[in-house]
Write a protein that binds this ligand. Structure first.
Ligand code: FAD
Length: 384
């Protein structure tokens, strides 16, 4: 086993670190307060190849392996989870899924634009009534005699929703109950009948465009169906299995940011005539964060290694996502404790880390759902 990064991986990480310092860190507080990151960041991400990692170059991708993808995701997560999420969804959940499941025509249509940051993708699975229970979603796509599908339903909490040019949409195409009746579609976001509304008032990820989508008689040609009819749930689950690695890497970034901030502040702040870094209980907070960072990072890198070696990775991805998301919440909270009252105001970075970390145990499968996935793999019994 060799945990040393290759020259190429080290260079990609450095590129991401420089990008964060130059394009993200100076704007983080302003974007958070304004409830929107500057959309021009998307093209900049595309220009550096960060929206094309692991995608073949023939489709505009920048190649690279999954560890390189994790390194970039971690750095972006360290800078601003709202930006990290744009990449995790547009590349991780949408472009990669098109690369795996799309027809040649669909790949040609969407991948060059998505990888360049000229188009943004969103992933439409969750509905108001079905979150964890996505296999029972109710959005319907009915095939008409002319061949078109007409889609009706609604989607909730869709990241990039108001910004997206294409929705990877999951809808029921037949009456078979549960996940077997679900199909995947690539719906252009400007299709008549598709309305998008911003979800305001989020605890964290305030700079990110999260939306509710309403579909009223949205008519799309049969060529928008991606993969075989009825295979949509498998497509969604395969996207999420890889997506969980990306979320885990983003969580490592949050925890690393918490560690960096806590160490820096502990060295600067004095109480009782001494640096607070000299107190054992403060050192305990810092060392707890550090252990969480290391453990979360190793679990995440293991997933990348399994994917790159063509091994089964789904359970390892759930393990990494479960641990890293809970670790990010703990780490951010411990860092806030190190900052005392100053941690509670947004001139300092740790309050935002707490708010942004909190969603990580919820989306792409809650912590409870990850435990059911891991438990099912170990026992062979589904507790769903
Ligand atoms: P519920 O499923 O109602 O769960 C509520 C509680 O019940 C949780 O604690 C859960 O763990 C528990 N629970 C549910 N079922 C079980 C069970 N069988 N056993 C034990 N406990 C259970 N979705 C998308 O499709 N695309 C996106 O881009 C996207 N982005 C998001 C961005 C944000 C900011 C947020 C908040 C959500 C996003 N989501 C997205 C939705 C997200 O994936 C869901 O919120 C998540 O899957 C949980 O679903 P729910 O909110 O309906 O909670």
């Amino acid at each position: 086993m060799n945990l040393e990064l290759s020259e190429e991986q080290g260079a990609v990480r450095q590129l991401a670190e420089d990008f964060v310092a130059r394009e993200i860190t100076p704007h983080v507080v302003e974007w958070d307060r304004a409830e929107s990151v500057d959309k021009s960041i998307v093209k900049k991400l595309g220009a550096l190849g960060f929206l094309g990692l692991t995608i073949p170059e023939e489709y505009g991708g920048s190649g690279g392996d999954h560890l390189a993808y994790c390194l970039v995701t971690e750095e972006l997560g360290r800078g601003d989870s709202s930006v990290r999420g744009i990449v995790s969804v547009s590349l991780g959940l949408v472009a990669k899924t098109i690369a795996s499941w799309g027809s040649e025509e669909q790949r040609q249509q969407w991948l060059p634009k998505l990888t360049a940051g000229e188009a943004i993708g969103c992933f439409g699975l969750t509905e108001p009534g079905t979150g964890s229970d996505a296999g029972n979603l109710t959005t319907r796509a009915v095939r008409e005699s002319g061949g078109d599908y007409v889609i009706n339903g609604s989607k909730m909490f869709i990241t990039n929703g108001t910004w997206a040019d294409v929705v990877l949409l999951f809808a029921r195409t037949n009456d078979t109950p549960g996940h077997r009746g679900i199909s995947a579609f690539l719906v252009p976001a400007d299709t008549p009948g598709l309305t998008r509304r911003t979800v305001h008032g989020k605890l964290g990820l305030r700079g990110q465009a999260t939306a509710e989508l309403v579909l009223e008689d949205v008519r799309v040609p049969a060529s928008t169906l991606m993969g075989p009819e009825g295979k949509g749930f498998s497509i969604a689950m395969s996207a999420l299995a890889k997506g969980r690695m990306s979320v885990a890497a983003g969580c490592v970034g949050i925890a690393q940011a918490a560690l960096d901030a806590a160490v820096r502040y502990a060295g600067e702040r004095e109480q009782f005539g001494k640096s607070i870094a000299s107190y054992q209980l403060v050192q305990e907070l810092i060392s707890d964060i550090s252990v969480d960072v290391d453990a979360a990072r190793m679990l995440t890198w293991r997933v990348a290694d399994l994917i790159d070696r063509g091994q089964d990775f789904a359970t390892a991805a759930s393990t990494a996502k479960l641990f890293a998301s809970e670790a990010a919440v703990r780490a951010a909270n411990n860092a806030l404790q190190v900052f005392g009252g100053y941690g509670y105001i947004d001139e300092y970075p740790v309050g935002k880390l707490v708010r942004d970390a909190r969603v990580m145990t919820l989306y792409e499968g809650t912590s409870q759902i990850q435990k059911l996935i891991i438990g099912r793999a170990l026992t062979g019994v589904s507790a769903f």
